[in-house]
Every structure is written in structure tokens, then in C-alpha cells.
Write a protein that binds this ligand. Structure first.
Ligand code: ZN
Length: 254
């Protein structure tokens, strides 16, 4: 079986899920380019838990965890099935680092992306949470454990944003602030140079406080880098900023 890729996907505004926008176009094209994997293991910035959790069930109830958006967005229906077998493999790979929790489902951080990458909902998805208490190093290590699943055809999709500052969002801006673009570019340089440890040590990078005021959207990137290998070929897509303080830059490692 061909080794499945790892993705880090910037999801940005929930509104990217619908209508005409570059994020959606990029997701659509990337889904077509990569084709259907056997299964997706999805790590979502929007499933924040104490400790690392895995949903172990055969379904994925949709969670509309966004508020105050137009009705068209809530009309999106996306509930791919899950896989008990793969959930067990994820739990085995994570060992004592994870527990089963079935209170959550597929949240907008994941469905906004996957409903455009795989609109037929024909790829099973196993959801994994982001541990609120874990260190940057631990998020990276979790990725290394998940990497073993790639050999059995599981695509690892980590959804968040490299730059994510809700307090400074400017709904009138299509582009990003200079500091946001600068931080995003620095991260890209480190990733393309295979210097993943520099990304783990992001607190050494200029403007990290503005870019990552809270780390839940950034941590999925660390997990993706852990699951990637420096031998992987890297593709950058959706490389732009929106709303001033959000970067959409996304990566495929394969
Ligand atoms: Zn988000």
C-alpha cells in the first residue's frame, strides 16, 4: 500500500466552506489531485480537550460550532462515517497518551475543509482532539506516533491556522497585516528547509505573540510536522492571508 500523505490545512473563517473563495477552490483541487485515501485521521483545532481524545464510533455527528453566520452555512450537511478499526489503531499508536471520548463529532474546522476536498463524504474520518495542556514538543511527538498510520493508508489531516488572532480580525481586509504575512513566511521557510524544530520553538520567531495569541490553531501544524518526514516532498497551497490576522497557508507532505 502507498504511504498516505499528511496535510496541514488552514481553515480560517467558517464562511470559506461555501460560496466562491480561493480557500474552497484550493481544497477542491487538492482533493482531486490527491484522490481518495482509505481513511482520514483528522486533528481539529476546534476539538479542545484536557488530555488527548479520540472519537471511537462508526459515525461522525456534525457539530456546528460557529455562531452568528448566515443560514446557508448551517445548511451544509457533512457526516462521513468513521471506523472503529482505525480508531483502535489510532488509540494503539498513541498508547497511554490518549483516551476515548465520544461527546464530540466532526466540527467546522474539519467539515469546512473536507466537504470541499471530498464532497461525496465517501472517506471515513476518525476525529482526534487537541490537548489544551500539552506543550509544543508534545504536539509534535503525537504527530510522530500518528505517522505509523500513514503506512496503512491513513491520511493525516491537521486543521488549524498558522496565524490566527481573532481579536485583531478585520472583516474588511482580504489580505493580511505585514506582521501576519511576515510570520507566515518565516514558518514556510523553516518548513521548506526541513527545520521543523524551529517551528516547534516558535516562541523564538518575531511577532509570535500577535500571530499565536492562543495556540490551539497552531498546534495541529506541530502534529502535522511530527507525522511528516523530512524525506517527504512538500507542496504549499492556499498561500495567503485573510481578514488581516489569519493565514490560510497549507501544506501537503507526501
Ligand atoms: Zn478555526
Amino acid at each position: 500500500m502507498k504511504r498516505a500523505p499528511v496535510l496541514f490545512v488552514g481553515h480560517g473563517s467558517p464562511m470559506n466552506a461555501i460560496g466562491v473563495n480561493p480557500a474552497r477552490e484550493g481544497w477542491n483541487q487538492m482533493g482531486e489531485q490527491l484522490g481518495n485515501p482509505e481513511v482520514i485521521v483528522a486533528v481539529s483545532a476546534h476539538w479542545m480537550t484536557k488530555g488527548r481524545c479520540v472519537r471511537r464510533s462508526d459515525d461522525n455527528p456534525q457539530v456546528n460550532d460557529m455562531y452568528g453566520f448566515p443560514p446557508e452555512l448551517y445548511a451544509v450537511h457533512y457526516e462521513p462515517k468513521s471506523s472503529l478499526e482505525v480508531a483502535d489503531k489510532v488509540l494503539a499508536a498513541l498508547g497511554n497518551k490518549a483516551q476515548v471520548k465520544n461527546e464530540w463529532g466532526i466540527d467546522h474546522g474539519v467539515w469546512s475543509v473536507l466537504s470541499n476536498m471530498y464532497p461525496k463524504a465517501d472517506v471515513p474520518v476518525v476525529m482526534v482532539s487537541v490537548d489544551l495542556k500539552a506543550s509544543a514538543e508534545e504536539h509534535y511527538e503525537i504527530g510522530k506516533k500518528l505517522a505509523t498510520l500513514r503506512d496503512s493508508g491513513a491520511m493525516i489531516v491537521c486543521s488549524g491556522n498558522v496565524v490566527h488572532n481573532l481579536r485583531l480580525v478585520n472583516w474588511d481586509m482580504d489580505d493580511g497585516y505585514a506582521w501576519a504575512k511576515g510570520f507566515d513566511k518565516k514558518i514556510k521557510e523553516f518548513i521548506l528547509a526541513g527545520k521543523f524544530e524551529k517551528v516547534v520553538n516558535y516562541a523564538d520567531i518575531d511577532d509570535y505573540r500577535l500571530s499565536i495569541p492562543t495556540s490551539e490553531h497552531f498546534n495541529p501544524l506541530l502534529t502535522a510536522l511530527g507525522a511528516a518526514s523530512t524525506k517527504d516532498e512538500i507542496t504549499v497551497f492556499n498561500e495567503y492571508c485573510e481578514l488581516g490576522s489569519m493565514s490560510m497557508t497549507s501544506y501537503v507532505f507526501q
